[in-house]
Write a protein that binds this ligand. Structure first.
Ligand SMILES: *Cc1c(COP(=O)(O)O)cnc(C)c1O
Length: 378
């Protein structure tokens, strides 16, 4: 038997911890020693530092990215009796958040080159809503894999219809469109801080951002039992808080985010070069937008074979996402689809796969992946 090569995992959140171990350990010790574990100084400092980094007026920490979306919907008064349009080609969390607040999801198709919402279909359902659904009150734009949606026509269509555009920024911390950071362009934005995201806690976490002071105040109350003052629930609330230990860790991680994104882009450029002339095309980049490569996604008809060849060379791959939301057992036949019937979504789910891409990949590991990609052309 010959030795199999050491596996390069598709994701490796432990490497992100080790890269900043001393500073993270010190931050955890500080939070532990403070004697205050929920909604204290670390959380407040993280919210301020994140808002400043993003260029938003307010940031509010919460328990996870799903809750960040749900809190925005609740803050906008969107729940039962409202429809919210989004895509089926996303983490199921986007759709789960809509149903969590009692609203009805409407799932639209994607543009097959960028895997993000088809803005024409959004404009069509805003103008001519599908029969039998409650009124459309919001759209959730998912900036998938680290790249902006075709946001301009979506903002215009939502503005014309008077509905909110919420950005799902769970995969795009630091990405830009026309030089402006994603998460500052819609009514409000939700960020997941799950360990594998570009900004990841060492546990669950989420943060949302908005420039609307009143909305921010409502959401800050809703995240803790609807309290504006202790023990007085002025609004109907939930419990969705970011704890002090995660906040302290995230303050350290935030200092490495821009450099981490730059490293992801450099790795992506190396992959692009290795793919040149081969059977698989590099991922499409939107014009006047900066991609932060949460995932580096390729597409081809013989996916299983390509993934197996890479695995034999010690390269882990993943599929984001193998089954679109509208075909999942819990949603199939029950969830409303737009006029396109999510045909491109269904096709993409059968063909996409993701390479390892994270800042801690060594140059040697990147070169190993590039060599394997060059080998696909043979
Ligand atoms: C990760 C993710 C979420 C959910 O975040 P959690 O922190 O896991 O709740 C939502 N939307 C997208 C697009 C995601 O990738």
């Amino acid at each position: 038997m010959h030795d199999s090569p050491i596996m390069i995992p598709q994701a490796n959140p432990g490497a992100g911890y080790l890269a900043q171990k001393e500073a993270i350990d010190a931050a955890v010790q500080r939070a532990l020693a403070s004697g205050w574990y929920i909604l204290g100084k670390e959380g407040e400092a993280f919210e301020q530092e994140f808002a400043a980094w993003l260029g938003a007026t307010r940031a509010i920490g919460c328990a996870n990215g799903t809750d960040a979306l749900a809190l925005i919907l609740r803050g906008l008064g969107i729940g039962e009796g409202a429809t919210v349009a989004t895509v089926s080609h996303t983490a199921v969390a986007t759709v789960a958040a809509i149903e969590m607040v009692g609203a009805t999801p409407l799932l639209l198709d994607i543009d097959p080159d960028t895997y993000t919402m088809d803005p024409d279909e959004l404009a069509a359902v805003l103008e001519d809503p599908p029969p039998g659904l409650p009124p459309l009150r919001a759209a959730i734009a998912v900036h998938l894999y680290g790249q902006a949606c075709d946001l301009d026509p979506m903002l215009e269509a939502c503005g014309r219809a008077g509905v909110a555009l919420i950005e799902d920024c769970a995969q795009c911390h630091g990405a830009t469109l026309h030089g402006r950071k994603l998460g500052t362009l819609g009514t409000a934005a939700a960020f997941s801080l799950y360990p594998t995201k570009n900004l990841g806690a060492l546990g669950d976490g989420g943060v949302l951002a908005t420039d609307d002071f009143e909305l921010a105040d409502r959401i800050a109350a809703i995240r803790q039992y609807g309290w504006k003052e202790r023990y007085v629930s002025s609004l109907v609330g939930v419990n969705s808080r970011l704890d002090e230990i995660q906040a302290a860790i995230l303050r350290v991680k935030l200092t490495a985010l821009d450099a981490g994104n730059a490293r992801r882009r450099a790795i992506a450029a190396a992959f692009d070069a290795a793919l040149a002339g081969g059977p698989l095309a590099p991922p499409m980049r939107r014009e006047d937008a900066e991609h932060v490569f949460h995932q580096y996604v390729l597409r081809g008809p013989r996916r299983a074979e390509v993934m197996a060849r890479l695995k034999a060379q010690g390269i882990g791959t993943g599929i984001h996402y193998p089954v679109p939301v509208h075909l999942q057992p819990a949603y199939k036949g029950r969830v409303a689809l737009g006029p396109a019937g999510c045909a491109e979504t269904t096709r993409a789910a059968e063909e996409v796969f993701s390479l390892p891409i994270y800042p801690e990949l060594s140059d040697a590991q990147v070169e190993r992946i590039c060599a394997a990609l060059r080998g696909l052309a043979e």
